[in-house]
Design a protein around this ligand. Sequence first.
Ligand code: GLC
Ligand code: CA
Length: 561
Amino acid sequence: MKSRWYKDAVFYQIYPRSFCDSNGDGIGDIRGIISKLDYLKDLGINAVWLSPVYASPNDDNGYDISDYRNIMPEFGTMEDWKEMIDEMHKRGIRLVMDLVVNHTSDEHAWFQESRKSKDNPYRDYYIWRKGRGKDGKKPPNNWTSRFQGSAWEYDEATGEWYLHLFSKKQPDLNWDNPKVRQEVIDICNFWFELGVDGFRCDVITYISKAEGLPNGKFNPFLCGDEHFILGPHIHEYLNQVNRESWSKYDTMIVGEAIGCTVDNAESLVSEDRNELDSAITFELMQVDFKWDFWPVKFNLKKFKAVQSAFQSLPDTCWNTLYYENHDQPRSVSRYGNGNGYHRKELAKMLAVSLHMLKGTPYVYQGQEIGMTNIALEEKEYVDIMATRVFEMVRKIFPPLMPIARWAMAKRARDHARTPMQWNGKQGAGFTTGKPWMKINPNHSDVNVESDLKNPNSVLNFYKQLIAFRLHNDVIIHGTYKEYFHNNKNVYCYERAYRGKRYIVICNFKEKNVPLNVDTIGAKGAKLVLANYPKAAETMGDAVFLRPYEAVVYEIGGQTEA
Ligand code: GLC
Ligand code: CA
């Protein structure tokens, strides 16, 4: 059944709330998405990952689902959704939906039932435990929520606690209950019957919790990880859903896989495992953020080491390539001087460094025009991650507030979620009303409309790059080899297939960098991609890279059998 179409795909991720608002209420919606499908087609992408559009009270912007078979009214109706998927398919764009089943919303009917009584038929859909201490008023164990504080919430009705690894409005489902697994299978099949082409599975490596829910090793921020990340039944459960749903359609299943490393990736994504098709891994994201939120200095050597390790996985594994998504800051602000004079070159260089690798690349909305982080006042942050950090620090130790502000200015998820910058006018072409969150003032300069007009724009470069990569056997199937690993400025690698080689050279520094390339054995290679005008047309013994310059040279291939 599986054609593995995703190996020749470039994805575009839509975060619907911030993409395009069709009715002026300040919130992006499905009709807004439909109005931009020609734009996406023109960009050249052939698949979309759509962040959740299901019914939700929006404690975590749709990642808290109250009804898996309905659309959030703010986003539109099921009819709108059907029109959207039809219009995508007409344009050759596949649709991968978000599947958030580690937890539901506390407003989901299952949880409403579950909390009513200890013998309710839905009680075991969630993870309920008695508290510790004489009066049971202490949480059952020391696990922490990813959004700060205990991962347990006391519920008056039955005098027990329920587990929530995210906010208290996101109770964790009990995957050890076979009925829960059946529900997930039914939900997947429901959407497959409506034509979806796959799922991005939210925090899927958290679904199996260790027997007895033991205390975690002490850690003030993230406690309990070792007892639920890739827990005891993870493979069994993924395999079951795969067998009974995912494998029955021509799908792509990509899992958000915290804890997936080079060493264990095969067990999750190798084709013969019948679990996930690919994993969104986090090692790259951890190069410059400790514990997921604490900024540490970017180190290009570490960054290259992570990329090279994943590129070297066996051929039965398939990588997910990304720098940005709705949880990560903007890459031009993260990996370079995003507000500087070379923003455009930087955005293009990053694109080259990622899209020439082996795997499926994802473009996050706005990345294709080089959108940047935003400067926010503390009260302007709207996302639960930042607002909870501020709340906790203020409660526990207020003198640390400046540091919390500093960390969030680099790390908050708000940076990725500012509305898409379609034009330079008020509302950025995103809305005619009052936007649900602040629009980056730099939309006067950084926007789609001006990029469409400028042949040298970031957007037009993305189009060129995507067209170059799709159906390109060397990029899809080629081997990978890194050069000059110890160089602190440049990321250089080769992709090779049937005698044809691409040499990719990216300067990660905002300064001129010379590089001797005589050892690569590719002298005379022809320039095929460049983010600056007037790069040398053929490769000599050295290349002289300008700030954030990226070049790709090609050699060989004529002798193909
Ligand atoms: C994933 C999502 C994130 C969400 C969390 C809880 O990490 O990408 O946005 O907050 O899961 O569902
Ligand atoms: Ca709207």
